[in-house]
Design a protein around this ligand. Structure first.
Ligand SMILES: Cc1cc2nc3c(=O)[nH]c(=O)nc-3n(C[C@H](O)[C@H](O)[C@H](O)COP(=O)(O)O)c2cc1C
Length: 166
């Protein structure tokens, strides 16, 4: 594992590509519950490197991020399609998804949430701000498309404390 710059364009490109093609793993909790996410933003806010993720309150991951205020974002490779499908359809409330996927985790350098060892790279993040998606402020077409049942996402601004290539 090798520390990388926040601006490492190769890791960022892989992350953004995967977000749009099967997803990446958002890992939360000290026991590492992986959830597939397809939405995320990497950038700079308040002079800090930030990874924004959007999590619906109904997710088990929501309670875990709320409780610990930390998460890792782990970038899968092409062999992880099945794991992404499972982690995006089953809840950590009912299943140990790391075991079910045959994955393993390792201790992070900056946060209490582990990262998935088999991934190609990961970001370690500490929540510095949360912001709820507001119905009245959102494009009505997006509300209709993405929120037919409500359950509006909470946006977590995770300060990126470390980026690692595996
Ligand atoms: C490709 C894909 C992308 C997803 N993106 C998100 C997302 O960005 N935010 C979210 O709250 N749920 C997203 N989901 C749904 C969660 O991954 C799914 O509900 C998961 O089972 C929640 O797990 P948990 O209950 O262990 O947190 C996505 C699912 C898939 C398949």
């Amino acid at each position: 594992m090798k520390a990388a710059e926040f601006t490492d364009i190769d890791i960022m490109r892989q992350c953004i590509q995967r977000l749009g093609d099967g997803g990446v793993f958002l890992v939360s909790g000290t026991q590492a519950n992986p959830m597939t996410i397809g939405w995320g933003v990497i950038g700079r806010v308040w002079g800090r490197p930030v990874f924004q993720v959007l999590v619906r309150p109904s997710r088990h991951s929501f309670s875990l991020v709320e409780a610990l205020g930390e998460f890792t974002v782990c970038i899968p490779d092409a062999n992880h399609k099945q794991a992404l499908a499972l982690c995006g359809s089953r809840s950590g409330r009912e299943l140990n998804k790391i075991e079910a996927c045959g994955l393993s985790v390792s201790r992070s350098a900056h946060v209490g949430v582990p990262f998935i060892t088999e991934c190609v790279a990961h970001y370690e993040c500490r929540v510095i701000h949360v912001n709820d998606v507001v119905n009245a402020a959102l494009d009505p077409q997006i509300v209709a498309d993405s929120y037919p049942a409500g359950d509006f996402h909470r946006v977590y601004f995770g300060e990126i404390l470390g980026v690692y290539r595996h």
